[in-house]
Design a protein around this ligand. Structure first.
Ligand code: GLU
Length: 465
């Protein structure tokens, strides 16, 4: 095993970067970072019917948003066809692969016979060369497929870095096709050549690939290549305990961006999805890289927990600096058709709300009330802006028109108004909130008034007096 760790993420661009793929990418990335190695991005786009440029872009966007930068790549399998064909030629010459002319009809007949005998359907090796065996004459005009000459004896075994030792008897495996009749290489074969050429030392991938691994190991051995270590990550279940799928809503990574999550929250969340470091729940990307190991990946399925993700997101929003949050909010408001420059300085507004929201859309909702002149619903106005409340707001307006503009002075103006009218704090503060922002609950009212600014405060009050 070469000393530099090299991992890869090898998505098929047939859809979005989903949360399971993102976790695989994160673990592969972190492992390479942890060991000062390289992380390779490889786009497995040989399924031309299902691969799309949009999906490639979605994967690249998702990786970028998560900050999972590749050291090498993206490599595209479609651009490596010549190389796969070259290796197939070498294997044919070496006798580790052979041409097979069995037709579809013959294979169907074979399958039917095997099923009738209650046997597992498998290729019977009729074109497999053996010492002393006379092969049939190749039929005229038939393009053969190329099959891998799988060993017939012994076992393929590997110490899976997640699941422990796995052994498969070679007798269980037939000679699988590595190139179709039109010469195109098959999926399992391309993966092998790539992992070999890209000198991958650790293959971390979803456990839906466990069945491919013994075949891939056999081909690597036939090529005289070093066999990497494999770790198969268990699947992710949705909140409801069923396999995570589109039904669970936000499965695309970019959907999390849309839904107002910060990438560091998603990273922290994914890190804990099937991996642990004691009881630690909140840790930075750097800390994760320092801690990450394969020993603490759980072999059992990990269950998605939206509440925990929301909790982490709230934590990271609290930690984020105001300028960054203001930028996030500004672009969200712009997408809603709201001009973010129309109101008070966004940084001051986000500072008021960052401790109270669990996602950036909620933050944008709150900020929007400062930017857009809101009219509360008539029933809200009717409930809160009673005669008595409006009288108090009128005298408060007069005080605010003359007060120095800082929190202490604003707070004093409110207290003086309370005293004058014999009211308690909520009897002034709630109508004031409704008058200014259209909602009865806001952060500390003197801070809200200060941030809105005198001009806007007086204007908004005037509408109700
Ligand atoms: N392209 C495969 C997938 O998207 C991954 C193959 C691998 O990691 O070996 O599921």
């Amino acid at each position: 095993m070469s000393s530099t760790v090299r991992t890869r993420f090898a998505p098929s661009p047939t859809g979005f970067l989903h949360i399971g793929g993102a976790r695989t990418a994160l673990f592969a990335w972190a492992y390479a970072r942890r060991h000062g190695g390289q992380f390779v991005l490889r786009i497995e786009d040989t399924d031309v019917a299902r691969s799309t440029p949009e999906a490639v872009q979605a994967i690249l966007d998702g990786m970028q948003w998560l900050g999972l930068e590749a050291d090498e790549g993206p490599f595209y399998q479609m651009q490596r066809m010549a190389r796969y064909k070259e290796v197939i030629g070498q294997m044919l010459a070496a006798g580790t692969a052979y041409h097979c002319y069995t037709s579809r009809e013959e294979l169907d007949a074979l399958r039917a016979e095997q099923e009738a005998r209650k046997e597992k359907p498998r290729y019977d090796g009729r074109w497999r060369p053996e010492p002393g065996k006379v092969l049939p004459e190749p039929p005229a005009g038939v393009q053969p497929v190329v099959r891998f000459r799988n060993p017939t004896e012994g076992v393929v075994a590997w110490d899976d870095q997640v699941k422990g030792r796995i052994e498969i008897a070679n007798a269980e495996m037939d000679d699988f096709i590595i190139a179709r009749a039109d010469g195109t290489p098959t999926y399992n074969f391309c993966v092998v050549v790539d992992d070999w050429d890209m000198r991958i030392t650790h293959v971390l991938r979803g456990d839906d690939h466990v069945n491919n691994t013994p075949r891939q190991i056999n081909v690597l051995r036939a090529l005289g290549a070093e066999v990497p270590l494999y770790g198969h990550l268990s699947m992710i279940l949705g909140d409801d305990g069923t396999k995570l799928s589109k039904r669970h809503g936000a499965v695309s990574v970019m959907q999390y961006d849309e839904d107002g999550y910060l990438p560091e929250a998603v990273i922290n969340y994914l890190a804990r999805l099937g991996w642990s470091h004691g009881d630690d729940e909140i840790f930075s990307r750097e800390q994760f890289v320092e801690w990450f190991d394969l020993d603490h990946i759980t072999p059992s399925a990990a269950q998605f927990n939206t509440e925990k993700l929301n909790w982490l997101n709230a934590h990271y929003i609290k930690q984020a600096d105001n300028a960054r949050l203001a930028g996030e909010v500004a672009s969200r408001l712009a997408r809603r058709g709201v001009n973010p420059e129309a109101g008070p300085a966004l940084e001051a507004v986000v500072a008021l709300y960052k401790e109270r929201v669990s996602n950036l859309n909620e933050l944008a909702d709150a900020v929007e009330l400062f930017v857009v002149d809101v009219h509360a619903a008539p029933e809200v106005l009717g409930q809160h802006l009673t005669e008595a409340a409006r009288a108090a707001l009128a005298s408060l307006r007069a005080r605010l028109a003359a007060a120095p503009w800082d929190k202490a002075a604003i707070s004093q103006a409110i207290k003086d108004t309370m005293a004058e009218h014999g009211l308690k704090m909520p009897q002034v503060a709630i109508p004031l909130r409704v008058a200014l922002l259209g909602v009865p609950q806001t952060p500390s009212i003197d801070a809200v008034v200060e941030v809105l600014g005198r001009e806007v405060v007086l204007q908004r009050l005037d509408r109700h007096l």
